[in-house]
Design a protein around this ligand. Structure first.
Ligand SMILES: NC(=O)C1=CN([C@@H]2O[C@H](COP(=O)(O)OP(=O)(O)OC[C@H]3O[C@@H](n4cnc5c(N)ncnc54)[C@H](OP(=O)(O)O)[C@@H]3O)[C@@H](O)[C@H]2O)C=CC1
Ligand SMILES: O=C1O[C@H](COP(=O)(O)O)[C@@H](O)[C@H](O)[C@H]1O
Length: 511
């Protein structure tokens, strides 16, 4: 069991304002994350969490609403206890309408009160957990506050996804935000970057001399990234109709993960150094010609059907969804990165709702061993050297290689060497939002996206989006819930003589 390093820094005195305090994201993710940081002693001695919204909550009712969220959604399902009693005293609610400039006076008053009580000037984090159309109004009003004028260094704004709807709107939003704030005040969040296993990609690659020499087109045949979900769109049909799988997952989470796999070695973990290296990858992704979209990208939409013993509705029957919707609930794309390291190596990515398994998996498929002396009947499996990085729900890394099966004949079969987080570390893994909220409070923007990255990522998917929008699908719905998506997604990779990799069911895995 690996030993825990208990040396940690804490943020300085901080006031966290959560716009959308009464909303779903705060109840499910943000407050539970802050509570876990409190339990783990990462919160500063002086801190205040202020939820905002138009709902008429008293402080007490608001705290009760958040406690319900902790009980239901936190990795620590805490009942009312002494820790909660202590934590909740830091929480209050500010009723305000984000569209009314005069309501922002309440924010200044709270900051001034905290300063007086704590005897020091606090850092301020504005977390915008609201629909994207509210962001410009809120950001404009916040930029005018005294705190932003007097202390830009310690005033930060976190902007939730979606960051724009397309390249043009992302550019407009960037231009608005960077006109109001310094770039280093803006934290564009992508929660995948807060996942332990995603952050570990850099450790795996750059803290070991073992992998880096073979991490290139000389040794790697191809890379796969699967981000599959078993859930459908649930109650988010209204949002999802405007988004679709390519916008919701590929433009942000999957491209960010791809950057972690493909980037060059950073010289430091400074925010701009990491972001520069990621931007280099995004810039090197080959732009898909609109007339070739069909060759490189596949879209799908789930129909109705039985999944794990339950009858699931078709996407077109979900609440808030157009009965003739052309929105993609599945997307698969083949990317190429045109640089020295990755020339000719395809990166196959796929994501979708109502797929067979909840799994986020990265596969690094190495090339075949050079022609060797073993008789051809020794092995049925070619390309046996493979590294699979399970991001979630399992958290492990498997290195697959050939071994001789015991016996009198030379018979080879692939075996797995496994590193599992659970077997190696006894402390629980922090959730992504814990890591990212702590980083934002500490002023560490390394795992947040810079404006240019978001724009390049939109440029990468733009030809696909535009082609799909101009040519409505003729075959939707085209996959059944509980499958691995449309057949065309199998064809996308099979045409190249490859197949999608999934882990065997847990019960059949040899750990
Ligand atoms: N929920 C999730 O799991 C995820 C959400 N996100 C993103 O986070 C953001 C918020 O999502 P979510 O929490 O689900 O949305 P909700 O619809 O649950 O919450 C929206 C919030 O905005 C507030 N609000 C709306 N209009 C106003 C206004 N005029 N003035 C003040 N407050 C207002 C609402 O408060 P009130 O009604 O009290 O005014 C409510 O607190 C979205 O951008 C979403 O894409 C991102 C990843 C996951
Ligand atoms: O941002 C989003 O991510 C979730 C998937 O997140 P995960 O951490 O559970 O993998 C996805 O369900 C949602 O549609 C999307 O907006």
């Amino acid at each position: 069991m690996a030993k825990k390093n208990n040396n940690h820094k804490k943020p300085s005195s901080t006031v966290v304002f959560i716009f959308g305090g009464s909303g779903d994201l705060n109840q499910r993710k943000l407050t539970p994350a802050l509570y876990n940081l409190f339990i783990d002693d990462f919160m500063p001695e002086n801190f205040a969490i202020i939820g905002t919204g138009r709902t008429d909550y008293s402080n007490e009712k608001f705290r009760g609403h958040l406690l319900e969220g902790i009980k239901e959604f936190s990795r620590r399902k805490n009942d009312k206890n002494a820790t909660w009693e202590n934590f909740q005293q830091h929480i209050s609610y500010l009723r305000m309408d984000a569209d009314k400039p005069e309501d922002y006076n309440g924010i200044t008053k709270i900051i001034d009160d905290c300063e007086k009580t704590w005897g020091e000037h606090p850092s301020v984090l504005f977390y915008l957990a609201v629909a994207p159309q509210l962001v410009p109004e809120i950001a404009t009003n916040l930029s005018k506050l005294k705190i932003n004028k007097e202390d830009k260094k310690n005033t930060r704004i976190v902007v939730e996804k979606p960051f724009g709807h397309d390249l043009q709107s992302a550019k407009e939003l960037n231009s608005l935000l960077t006109g109001l704030f310094e770039e280093n005040q803006i934290y564009r969040i992508d929660h995948y970057l807060g996942k332990e296993t995603v952050q570990n990609i850099l450790a795996l690659r750059f803290a070991n001399a073992l992998f880096e020499p073979i991490w290139n087109c000389n040794y790697i045949d191809h890379v796969q990234i699967t981000a599959a979900e078993t859930v459908g769109v649930e109650d988010r049909g209204g949002y999802y109709e405007q988004a679709g799988a390519l916008r919701d997952m590929v433009q942000n989470h999957i491209l960010q993960v791809l950057c972690m796999v493909a980037m060059e070695a950073p010289v430091s973990f400074e925010a701009n150094e990491i972001r520069n290296k990621k931007s280099d990858v995004l810039n090197a992704i080959r732009k898909i010609n609109k007339h070739e979209v069909q060759k490189y990208a596949v879209r799908g939409q789930y129909g109705s059907g039985w999944m794990q013993g339950k009858k699931e509705k078709a996407y077109r029957e979900e609440k808030g969804v157009n009965p003739e919707s052309a929105t993609d609930t599945f997307a698969a794309v083949k990317f190429y990165i045109d640089n020295w390291r990755w020339q000719g190596v395809p990166f196959y990515v796929r994501t979708g709702k109502h797929l067979m398994e909840k799994t986020t998996l990265i596969t690094i498929q190495f090339k075949e061993a050079p022609k060797y002396a073993f008789p051809s009947e020794a092995s049925e499996t070619w390309r046996a050297n493979r590294l699979t990085i399970s991001i979630q729900p399992e958290m492990d890394i498997r290195l697959r290689f050939q071994a001789k099966r015991p016996g009198q004949t030379m018979s080879l079969n692939p075996v797995d060497m496994v590193f599992s987080y659970n077997d190696n570390y006894d402390e629980p893994q922090p959730e992504a939002y814990e890591t990212l909220l702590l980083d934002a409070m500490m002023g560490n923007a390394t795992q947040f996206m810079r404006g240019d990255q978001v724009e390049i990522a939109w440029e990468v998917v733009a030809p696909i989006l535009e082609t799909w929008e101009s040519r409505p699908p003729v075959d939707f719905p085209n996959y059944a819930p509980g499958s691995w998506g449309p057949e065309d997604a199998e064809a996308l990779i099979a045409r190249d003589g490859r197949t999608w990799v999934t882990l065997p069911p847990k019960k059949d895995r040899k750990e």
